[in-house]
Design a protein. Sequence first.
Length: 160
Amino acid sequence: MNLQFDVISLSSEPHLAGPNATLSISMLSEIHAISGAVDWLMTMIQECNSVPGQELDVELALREALANAALHGNRQDSKKRVHISCEIEFGGEVSIVVRDEGKGFDLTKVSDPTTIDNIEAAHGRGIYLMRALMDAVHFGRGGTEVHMRKGPASCARDRQ
């Protein structure tokens, strides 16, 4: 497994909810690299007591974003990497950006996995799951970046 981990900054300066950490990871565009990256980031999120009780939502959304980046974005090209930036507020929210080195995609051409035609498909639920699990999800740089945010339970959006 080939991961590059960098702690970009760890601040003890309180702001709003408290101190924060900014982390950066780069991983190979291979499915087997996903678990190591997710496990490390989730350990950091848990250690910072961010989004308590909602860690599983963040973990699943992160796994989907990394799988999409490695499989669809970089097409598992061994020369390309998946880049993850994560801002963690101690006791507060988590913001994650996953960026691939692919050509991007047109979000308007992504099929709705809840329609009758797609309900039994074996794939195509990643973006749907990310949006269902996180408080905010949007795409940038022509579809090569996904930005996700999850706040503490008391600030989380109503999903009904």
